[in-house]
Design a protein around this ligand. Structure first.
Ligand code: IMP
Ligand code: MG
Length: 175
């Protein structure tokens, strides 16, 4: 069955849509008059990213990175960048968009990437945040859709072993 092991809905479609509009309004206000570059971290962010950029009411450019640190439901600690962003970021304001922040290893590796390329600023926007799982203590997260408890979640772009990304809502995965 389609929702097998994922019966419990943590965040509904409607709640996600409402929160994304709020984040879009906030980002629009914060970046007014600035040169904004949005970098989506694939693959998990693709649905959130598509919704978020349509909620940001100002010009922006868009690029993608692919980073991998997970095997199953546990981080491997080692972050590999499988695809880098090509867009020129020097002097521009970079907003990195993630699906979820867990240990924080992935973003702790991505943020310096853009700082070293002389971005005017680098901020982080994540759909979900699991602060209780953080291992990188000094990671500053600027925009958070929802703080969630320590559970493994799937849907709205988030996967378990590359499946379940197409659930329209955030569900708890129970093996
Ligand atoms: P971090 O490097 O530990 O912060 O992990 C970030 C990445 O791990 C995210 O971009 C996700 O791809 C993956 N991840 C962490 N927690 C979950 C989860 O609950 N469900 C699905 N993927 C997760
Ligand atoms: Mg993932």
């Amino acid at each position: 069955m389609f929702y097998d092991k994922c019966e419990e809905i943590l965040i509904s479609k409607e709640s996600l849509a409402k929160r994304v509009e709020e984040l879009g309004d906030q980002i629009t206000a914060d970046y007014e008059g600035k040169d904004l570059v949005v970098i989506g971290v694939l693959r998990g962010s693709f649905i959130f990213l598509a919704d978020l950029v349509r909620a940001i009411k100002m010009p922006l450019s868009l690029d993608f990175m692919i980073a991998k640190s997970y095997a199953g439901t546990e981080t491997t600690g080692e972050v590999r960048i499988l695809k880098d962003a090509d867009v020129k970021v020097a002097g521009k304001h970079v907003l990195i968009v993630e699906d979820i922040i867990d240990s924080g290893f992935t973003l702790s590796k991505l943020v310096p990437y853009f700082e070293n390329r002389n971005a005017a600023s680098v901020r982080i926007c994540t759909a979900l945040n699991k602060p209780s799982r953080r291992q990188v203590k000094d990671l500053h997260v600027d925009y958070v859709g929802f703080e969630i408890p320590d559970a493994f979640v799937v849907g709205y772009g988030l996967d378990f072993n590359d499946g379940m990304r197409n659930f329209p809502e955030i569900r708890i995965y129970k093996p």
